[in-house]
Design a protein around this ligand. Structure first.
Ligand code: NA7
Length: 863
C-alpha cells in the first residue's frame, strides 16, 4: 500500500490522470516506495474510456496488443471477448486493473488540477485543485492522454440549438435513445465513423455533416486474431518484445516492397490482404514507401476509394465519401463496422460541407449555404485539441515564472516528449515529440512509465532529486522530430497531428514518427550515455552531460543501416578496378533522378586525348540558350564516370535551369596528379569557347563538382584566374576535397562509419598524388592564392570527414573577398546529399544549391 510522507499534503509524486498511463504510473511509483497522489476530473478510472461512451466506441488496435504487458499474471487473468473491444469492456478492464493493484485509494476523482507552480527554493511543485486543495510534491507527472481535451466546436451559433446536444467525447452515462428522432452528426473522424452506423439503427432520419471524407477500412471485428493469440500463447515474452521493438508497437514483419516498383498483381494482393486483415498495422504498411512517396501512396488511396465506390450505391454520395484532399495515413485512418454501408439506408443522408458549408446552428437545426435542416438532436464528433490541449489546460508555471502556455506559444518543445526545459521534475507521459498517437498506446505508455520510473530510481541511487532537460538537448530533439516528419507526407495534411484542426493552433508536427523501436532506442541511449541532455541535481551533487541524442537525418541513418547489412568490403581493401565495379553495382538499382528535356553524350578534346561528356538540357518554357555549368563527378579521382553522378546532374539541371555539361576527366592510378585537374581546366576552356553550340549563353559559365570533382572544379577556377580566363560566374563545391591534411577535427569525428572514411580518403590520395605533390594548390586548392576567385557555394555536411576543409575553404575565400554561400547539410554525410530520390532530406539542400547556381548568373556575377 501507499506510504504517504509524514507531512500532510506532501507527496513524492502527483500523477494527473487515471487512464492507461496514470494507473500504471501510480503502480510503478508505489513499487519504488514513493508516496503518490493521483487526480482525475472523471468520476472513476478509465481516462479516454471513461469519457468516450458513445455507441460504437472501440479501440482500433487489436486487443491482444491493446493491453498491459507489465505483469504476466494480469495477462492470464483477463480475456478479451473481441478483436476490437468495446468501450464498456475496456473500461471494465481498467477498473479491474485498478482493483487488482488497489490503486483507487490513492486517486482523488472528480477533481481537476487547475494549476501547478514550481518552487525553486524548495525544489517542489505546488499543485492546486478545483476543490481548492494545495498539495506539494517533488515530481509532477501528467498522464492526461493525447486526445482528452475536446475541441470546442468552431461553428457559428453552437449555443442556439433548442434540441438535445451531445458530444461523442462527453457522452451521457445513462446512454441516449435516438428512436424516432431526426439526428445530425457533425464530424467524420474515428468517433463519427464509429457512432454513425449505430445512430442510424435508431434514428428516423440521420444526416451526416462531413467536412473531410476519411479513409476507413472494415475492422472485421470478431474473436481476437487467432494468429496473434497463438504467438502469445507460445511465447508471450517473445511477442511482447517484438511489439516493443516494432515500428508502431504491434508485432509486424516490415515490408521492403515499394509501391512504385511493385507489379500490379503484387500491389493488388498486398492491398487485399491488408483489407481482409482489418488492422491499421497492415493497411499502413502495404508498401514500404507509401508514407514517403506520393505515387505509392496514391496506389493504396485509390484502391480504398474503389472499395468505397463499390459499397456505396449512390454514385454522388460515394464520390463525396472518397478522400481526395490528403494522402492516405496523413490523417488518422479509421476502422469501421458497416460505415459506408450506412449510406445505402434510405433514411441516412450525407451533406458535403465542401459544397454547402454550415452557415449556422439554429434554434431548431442547422443552416447550410443551401438548405435549412430541422433536427431533434445534434451530435458533435468534432475531435480534440490533440496532444497539447490537456497539458496546457492547467496553469503550469515553471522556473522564473515561465508558463507552459507561453513556452509553447509557437508549438510544443520537449525532450523525448517526456520533459521540457524550465519545468524541472515535470514529466509528460506520451507527450508531443514521442510516438504516442502514431503507435499502439499501450506499448508506448508502458515504455514511458518505465522510463520515468527508471529515471527516478537512478536519481535516488545517485542522491539526486531534480531533473530537467537542457536547451541544447531539447532543441536537438525537436529538430529530429521535425526531420522525421519532414521526410514523410504527414506535414502536407490539415490533420490534428499538425494541430490544424484547432483554429489558431501553431502548425507543427506533434508526434514522433521515427518509430516505437527507434524511439525506445533513443530513450535507452540517453540513459546509457549518463542521461545525456539532462541536468540533475540534489544532495548527491550535480551532473549534466549535455548533447544531442540524434543529430543525423533519419533517412541518412536508414541508408547507413541498410548498407551495413550488405556486408560490403571496405573500398580501400580493393583494387581500383574492383572498387569501380562495386560502385557501378551499388548504383545499378537506384532511382534515375528527374526527367530533363535532353541528354546527349559527346567528347571534348582534352590535353591528352578525348574526354567524354554528357550534356543535360533542362525542360522549360524557353528553347533559347541557358547558362552553362561544367560539372565534375566525385570518386576520389579514382572512381566514377558519367553514369555515377547522373541522377545528381539531372537534379541540378532541373533545379538550376542551366545546361549541365558533366565531364569525365582522367582517373588515377592510371593518370595521376595533375591529370584530373588539367583535364578539368581544359574542359572549362572548351565549354566557354563552344558555349553557343552547347546551347549556352556565352560568358555565363559556372563550374560545379562533388568531392574530388569539387576539388578539380576549385582548381579549374584558380587556373582560369591565373590564365586570365575564361570568366567563371561561380563555383559550386559539394563536400569538396580542398586539402590533403587528414587531421582536422571532422576527420577525427567522422573518419569511420559514414561511407567516406579516413582510410578510404588516404587510399584515394595514395592513388592520386605523391606525398610531395599534395601541398601543390592544384591538389590542395586551399593552399593556393585565393584572390580574385569567383563567387562560391560550398556544401559542408555534418558527418563528412571533409566538412572542416570545406568550411575552411569558404572562410578563406571570403577573407580573400569572394562572395561565399556556405550551405550546411545538417545531419548529412559526405554522400547523402547526392542520393537523389533515396535520401529525401537531401532535397532541401539541393534546392539551396539550385538557387545558388541560378544566383551565379544574376548580375553582378555576369561579366
Ligand atoms: P477527429 O479525427 O479530429 O475528427 C473530427 C471530425 O470533425 C473531422 O471529420 C473534422 O473534419 C470534423 N470537424 C471538426 N470541426 C468541424 C467543424 N467546425 N465543422 C465541420 N466538421 C468539423 O476526432 P475523432 O474524435 O473522430 O477521433 C480522434 C481520435 O480518437 C481518433 O483518430 C483515434 O485516434 C481516437 P476535418 O477533418 O477537420 O475537416
Amino acid at each position: 500500500m501507499n506510504k504517504p510522507t509524514s507531512i500532510p499534503g506532501q507527496f513524492d509524486a502527483v500523477v494527473v490522470g487515471a487512464g492507461f498511463s496514470g494507473l500504471y504510473m501510480l503502480y510503478r511509483l508505489r513499487q519504488l516506495g514513493l508516496s503518490v497522489k493521483g487526480f482525475d476530473s472523471a468520476g472513476d478510472v478509465g481516462g479516454t474510456w471513461y469519457w468516450n461512451r458513445y455507441p460504437g466506441a472501440r479501440c482500433d488496435i487489436a486487443t491482444p496488443d491493446y493491453t498491459y504487458s507489465f505483469d504476466p499474471e494480469l495477462e492470464k487473468e483477463w480475456t478479451w471477448s473481441e478483436k476490437y473491444a468495446t468501450q464498456p469492456e475496456i473500461l471494465d478492464y481498467l477498473r479491474f486493473v485498478a482493483d487488482r493493484y488497489g490503486l483507487r485509494p490513492d486517486i482523488e476523482f472528480s477533481t481537476t488540477v487547475t494549476s501547478a507552480r514550481w518552487d525553486e527554493q524548495e525544489k517542489r511543485w505546488t499543485i492546486t485543485t478545483g476543490r481548492g486543495e494545495e498539495i506539494r510534491c517533488r515530481y509532477y507527472i501528467m498522464a492526461t492522454g493525447c486526445l482528452s481535451m475536446p475541441k470546442s466546436p468552431d461553428i457559428e451559433g453552437v449555443g442556439r440549438f433548442g434540441g438535445q446536444v451531445y458530444f461523442t467525447s462527453r457522452w451521457p452515462h445513462e446512454g441516449v435513445d435516438f428512436t424516432g428522432q431526426r439526428v445530425a452528426v457533425i464530424g467524420t473522424g474515428s468517433s463519427g465513423i464509429q457512432v454513425i452506423p449505430l445512430i442510424a439503427r435508431q434514428a428516423s432520419q440521420l444526416t451526416v455533416f462531413q467536412r473531410t471524407p476519411n479513409f476507413s477500412i472494415p475492422a472485421h471485428n470478431g474473436p481476437a486474431p487467432a494468429d496473434r493469440l497463438k504467438q502469445l500463447d507460445e511465447d508471450r515474452d517473445g511477442y511482447r518484445h517484438a511489439a516493443r521493438w516494432s515500428r508502431i508497437g504491434v508485432p509486424n514483419e516490415p515490408t521492403d516492397v515499394l509501391g512504385v516498383t511493385a507489379s500490379e498483381a503484387v500491389r493488388r494482393e498486398r492491398f487485399e490482404a491488408a483489407w481482409r486483415q482489418g488492422e491499421l498495422v497492415g493497411i499502413v504498411s502495404v508498401f514500404a514507401d507509401q508514407l514517403l512517396n506520393p505515387a505509392s501512396n496514391d496506389i493504396v488511396a485509390e484502391m480504398i476509394r474503389e472499395k468505397v465506390r463499390s459499397i456505396v450505391k449512390d454514385s454522388e454520395t460515394a464520390e463525396a465519401l472518397c478522400p481526395k484532399d490528403h494522402y492516405f495515413g496523413t490523417k488518422r485512418p479509421c476502422l469501421d463496422t458497416g460505415y459506408f454501408d450506412t449510406y445505402n439506408l434510405p433514411h441516412v443522408r450525407l451533406v458535403d460541407l465542401r459544397k454547402q458549408p454550415i452557415v449556422s446552428i439554429t434554434e431548431d437545426g442547422i443552416e447550410t449555404a443551401e438548405e435549412s435542416f430541422g433536427f431533434d438532436a445534434i451530435v458533435y464528433a468534432t475531435g480534440f485539441d490533440a496532444m497539447t490541449g490537456a497539458l496546457a489546460a492547467a496553469d503550469v508555471t515553471g522556473r522564473d515564472g515561465l508558463s507552459l502556455k507561453e513556452k509553447w506559444a509557437a508549438g510544443p518543445s520537449t525532450y523525448l516528449g517526456l520533459m521540457t526545459a524550465g519545468f524541472p521534475n515535470f514529466f509528460m507521459l506520451t507527450g508531443p515529440g514521442s510516438p504516442s498517437v502514431l503507435s499502439n498506446m499501450a506499448v508506448s505508455i508502458e515504455q514511458h512509465v518505465d522510463w520515468v520510473a527508471g529515471c527516478l530510481e537512478d536519481m535516488r541511487e545517485a542522491g539526486l532529486d531534480t531533473i530537467e532537460p537542457t536547451e541544447l538537448a531539447e532543441s536537438g530533439w525537436n529538430q529530429h522530430v521535425q526531420d522525421c516528419g519532414a521526410i514523410t507526407l504527414m506535414p502536407t495534411a490539415n490533420s490534428w497531428y499538425m494541430g490544424a484542426n484547432v483554429p489558431g493552433k501553431p502548425r507543427v508536427f506533434l508526434p514522433y514518427i521515427g518509430g516505437v523501436d527507434a524511439y525506445r532506442q533513443a530513450c535507452d541511449d540517453v540513459v546509457e550515455q549518463g542521461y545525456l541532455g539532462f541536468r540533475m541535481t540534489g544532495p548527491g551533487g550535480a551532473r549534466c552531460r549535455d548533447g544531442v541524442i540524434r543529430r543525423m537525418q533519419p533517412d541518412v541513418a536508414m541508408v547507413l543501416d541498410l548498407i551495413a547489412t550488405l556486408g560490403l568490403p571496405p573500398m580501400e581493401t580493393l583494387s581500383a578496378d574492383d572498387a569501380r565495379a562495386l560502385l557501378a553495382a551499388t548504383a545499378a538499382n537506384r532511382p534515375p533522378g528527374p526527367e530533363v528535356d535532353q541528354v546527349t553524350d559527346g567528347v571534348i578534346p582534352g590535353p591528352a586525348g578525348d574526354l567524354p561528356y554528357r550534356l543535360y538540357r533542362p525542360a522549360g518554357p524557353s528553347e533559347g540558350p541557358r547558362p552553362l555549368v561544367v560539372y565534375f563527378h566525385g570518386g576520389g579521382w579514382v572512381l566514377g564516370n558519367l553514369d555515377s553522378d547522373d541522377p545528381l546532374c539531372r537534379d541540378l539541371c532541373e533545379r538550376s535551369g542551366a545546361v549541365i555539361v558533366s565531364v569525365n576527366y582522367r582517373h588515377a592510378p592510371e593518370d595521376r596528379f595533375p591529370a584530373a585537374a588539367l583535364d578539368a581546366f581544359a574542359a572549362v576552356q572548351w565549354a566557354d569557347a563552344n558555349a553557343i553550340e552547347l546551347g549556352g549563353i556565352p560568358g555565363q559559365l559556372a563550374v560545379a563538382g562533388w568531392s574530388a570533382g569539387a576539388n578539380v572544379a576549385a582548381v579549374a577556377c584558380q587556373l582560369a584566374r591565373d590564365a586570365g580566363g575564361p570568366h567563371i560566374s561561380g563555383q559550386l563545391l559539394i563536400c569538396p576535397v580542398v586539402d590533403s591534411d587528414l587531421a582536422r577535427p571532422s576527420y577525427q569525428e567522422n573518419g569511420d562509419g559514414y561511407i567516406l572514411t579516413t582510410a578510404l580518403m588516404k587510399w584515394f590520395w595514395d592513388h592520386y598524388a605523391d606525398a610531395a605533390d599534395r601541398g601543390d594548390p592544384r591538389a590542395a586548392p586551399l593552399r593556393g592564392d585565393l584572390q580574385g576567385l569567383p563567387p562560391a557555394c560550398i556544401v559542408a555536411a555534418d558527418f563528412d570527414p571533409l566538412r572542416d576543409e570545406g568550411v575552411g575553404y569558404a572562410r578563406a575565400l571570403e577573407a580573400a573577398g569572394a562572395p561565399v554561400r556556405l550551405a550546411r547539410a545538417r545531419g548529412h554525410t559526405h554522400t547523402s546529399v547526392t542520393m537523389v530520390d533515396v535520401v529525401i532530406s537531401g532535397a532541401p539542400v539541393r534546392a539551396e544549391i539550385g538557387e545558388a547556381l541560378r544566383n551565379f548568373f544574376l548580375p553582378p556575377n555576369r561579366p
